[in-house]
Design a protein around this ligand. Structure first.
Ligand SMILES: Cc1cc2nc3c(=O)[nH]c(=O)nc-3n(C[C@H](O)[C@H](O)[C@H](O)COP(=O)(O)OP(=O)(O)OC[C@H]3O[C@@H](n4cnc5c(N)ncnc54)[C@H](O)[C@@H]3O)c2cc1C
Length: 401
């Protein structure tokens, strides 16, 4: 381990110190760049570089491998802090951490131990290719298969990902595919590809309403790779135990950051109006109402983060509980509630701030918050989640959900 890396690890030895470091990055680096990131639809490079310099892209990796072994509650607090200043930076950090969590928990072979070592040393940014033309946002369905050369054993894949965030800035991709050409659409595997071994064909642009800095056009990814690059666990298990909980909790944390800043702006507006008028303005009652919604959202997201960490501390690392129907339903509820609440809270904040919030050039502006917030219901479409969750509800009768 290099002396610089060791110094960084020592300075950020506690979760509190690491969260404080991210708050500083959010305040001093991500926030000042956020308007340009949004306006130009560019990657939040300065925030991600600062997170890399702090060694935080490998925060989840175990200390014995050079990481911090950060909990999801700690990483959620970081996503929340970033989300208050730049939602795109927060979402990039959240999506990357979801990929890292999958490798940490399910990459049990020497090959993946080496990958985690490289992640620590090189602070590699990992993007995800789960979306696919023909299946939309159905993560548990793949069309493209792994094809194997019978004589050499070499594997190949070619996948048309409809939405691939920060592909240009990424070093690696985690790609879902059908396990073989004969496998059913739901018999999937997760493959870690180094971008240098991939052919990347860009399929369009990302001139989107919000989350513009995630830079998420479609790409066709093709690669030849070694079978060792296939994560050993079945994707169904990875998805239930790690990808879904981590995505729903960390995305929810980033959205919580957006909502928190929208309410902070509404509060500033109400206070400033009160000072001017010399009394409590009529909008104060609406501020009370939106603050109650924010508190509800905060409790839900943070409670799930702590619950997940507690599950991981059990003898089977939560495998049984995370594989249960009850857990799947409740994690879906978290995503549905947080994604609806963030848009609702931003809309309420806009009603409080009025035209001051509607303007792009006002200190009370809610415009970017609202545009970013509307991506939440689309990141795995809520209608799609309601449809699968509805089917789960039929199979589950516990009323104490
Ligand atoms: C900011 C952002 C970043 C993203 N980053 C990535 C990334 O890095 N990697 C990646 O792989 N993907 C990424 N995605 C993709 C995302 O997670 C979804 O997979 C994708 O947005 C789904 O695309 P879709 O809405 O076009 O398709 P669909 O999910 O097919 O939805 C299309 C429409 O059909 C509706 N619908 C779908 N199923 C049902 C149903 N059963 N009942 C009723 N209505 C239904 C949906 O509500 C929606 O209105 C990102 C998305 C966003 C918004």
């Amino acid at each position: 381990m290099s002396a610089i890396l060791q110094d960084t690890l020592d300075a950020l030895a506690s979760p509190e110190a690491r969260i404080e470091q991210v708050r500083r990055i959010a305040r001093e680096i991500a926030g000042p760049a956020a308007a340009a990131v949004d306006r130009d639809g560019r990657f939040p490079i300065e925030a991600v570089m600062a997170l890399k310099d702090a060694g935080l892209l490998s925060a989840r990796v175990a200390p014995r491998l050079g990481g911090h072994g950060s909990s999801i509650a700690e990483l959620g607090a970081m996503c929340e802090a970033l989300g208050q200043r730049c939602a795109s930076a927060a979402m990039v950090f959240a999506m990357h951490q979801v990929q890292v969590a999958c490798l940490v928990r399910h990459g049990s072979t020497p090959y993946f131990a080496d990958c985690l070592d490289r992640l620590v040393r090189e602070q590699r940014l990992i993007a995800s290719v789960t979306s696919e033309a023909g299946v939309g946002g159905s993560v548990r369905t793949s069309i493209s298969p792994i094809e194997r050369d019978a004589s050499s054993g070499e594997c190949r894949l070619r996948k048309e990902g409809t939405v691939v965030s920060y592909a240009d800035a990424a070093d690696d991709f985690l790609v879902t595919v059908r396990r073989s050409a004969e496998a059913a659409a739901g018999d999937q595997a997760l493959v870690l590809l180094d971008k240098r071994q991939c052919g990347m064909e860009r399929l369009g642009t990302w001139d989107a309403m919000g989350m513009r800095g995630t830079c998420s056009p479609g790409y066709t990814v093709s690669a030849r790779f070694d079978a060792a690059q296939i994560v050993p666990a079945p994707f169904a298990e990875i998805n239930a135990q790690t990808m879904v909980p981590w995505a729903h909790i960390l995305w929810g944390s980033a959205w919580l950051g957006i909502a928190t800043d929208a309410v902070a702006r509404a509060r500033a507006f109400v206070r400033d109006t009160g000072r001017r008028l010399g009394g409590t303005p009529p909008t104060a009652a609406r501020l009370s109402a939106v603050s109650a919604k924010l508190q509800l959202m905060r409790v839900q997201v943070r409670d799930w983060a702590h619950r997940y960490d507690a599950m991981c501390a059990t003898a089977d690392a939560g495998a049984q509980e995370l594989g249960s129907v009850a857990c799947a339903i409740q994690l879906n509820h978290l995503k549905l509630a947080a994604s609806e609440l963030v848009a609702e809270i931003c809309t309420d904040a806009l009603r409080i701030t009025g035209t001051s919030g509607y303007r792009n050039d006002s200190p009370y502006s809610i415009a970017r918050h609202l545009r970013d917030a509307h991506s939440a219901a689309l990141m795995i479409g809520n209608e799609r989640i309601h449809a699968s969750n509805g089917a789960l509800h039929l199979a589950y009768r516990d009323e104490a959900l």
